[in-house]
Design a binder for this molecule. Sequence first.
Ligand code: GLU
Length: 450
Amino acid sequence: MTVVVIDERLEKAYQDVVRRNPAEAEFHQAVREVLESLGPVLAKRPDFADSRIIERICEPERQIIFRVVWQNDAGEVEVNRGFRVQFNSALGPYKGGLRFHPSVYLGIIKFLGFEQIFKNALTGMPIGGAKGGSDFDPKGRSDGEVMRFCQAFMTELYRHLGEYRDVPAGDIGVGAREIGYLFGQFKRIANEYESGVLTGKGLGWGGSLVRKEATGYGAVFFAREMLAVRGQELEGQTCLVSGSGNVAIYTIEKLHALGAKAIACSDSSGFVVDEDGIDVELLKQVKEVERRRVSEYATRKPKARFVPGGNIWEVPATVAFPSATQNEINGHDAKLLVKNGCIAVCEGANMPTTPDGIRVFQEAKIAYGLGKAANAGGVATSALEMQQNASRDYWSFEYTEARLQKIMSEIHRVCYETAAEYGSPGDYVLGANIAGFLKVADAMDAFGLI
Ligand code: GLU
């Protein structure tokens, strides 16, 4: 792995993070990526070094770790660990999703929470950064088990939440079903119908139209903007979309609506290729309705093929949307994509590309939209849901989607212009990290030493 040399003060801040947060590789990676962008900022703003703003941003405001005990269908007692890292509230109440996945530990939640600070700042909405979750694996669990787990989880978490305090939403393993159980338990304990305490709610009880689609749609809007500044079009592109969850499904849906073709998607067991373009209605039926594996898609669509254990990035395509999970594209995969003619990568997932992979995209000078900019449409629409809840209003699909589209082009514009201002035109990593950082740092500065 190439190690990028950074400013001495930034290197010291990074080493401190590593020392104080041992064995949290993903968190270290997320911090390093941001710090590698901040050299030019420190050069312009020496006051940031004096006030140790970088060290302060890398330290979560509050970290909550708790025991979650529940009973499975066999009557056995299960013990999980719950997390909520309330990372930064300079711009608004803590905001960020909950992830239920067996890989969850403090380092994953911290990396996600750290990314969320800058992502949320980029949306231009008044939201701070947080993330939470559990090592609970919803896969293969009955509705009753998921409900009992969610109730047990919320029984501790509720005391830390509030529409002005902390507003969780979904992430991997947490969708409308889980949000329903979590909201129901919050309402029961708090004895208040506080709609704005969670986002991603069902449409009949305070949810927002477009929230479900927002991360995927937003990523496609971002890709379209990246291509446009290079004089290229999204229409006619052949796309790979890894994953087959909420983000992937609605990325595919919007790609097809805009005249591009998504030919492959995946899950942890392998990938599916459908040269006709993935039939998104069939994918929704398999994944959202039946909660089955992606291989099921291929058994129902004879022309599609399922490649068990395969690497989706080997499939030739012109645009890639990594929409599964962190570190799903390494240096080798990135080289394959570039070699096969990929002109743009737009991240629906959080930190899906390793530092080596990012380097490959940057050296090849392809359009690379990092997650904290490209997938910000989800949380931005959560903020729109909060707005509707606060005003007891309910917006149309068209209006909400138009708002999302405007937010995504604004994020693109800010990242693009910031990168140019700091001498690296087209470098969205630099642009997003600097623009997000400055917004949070300036607010923190205004508040005194916090
Ligand atoms: N989990 C999503 C993300 O990574 C959405 C968070 C939210 O809506 O609060 O941004």
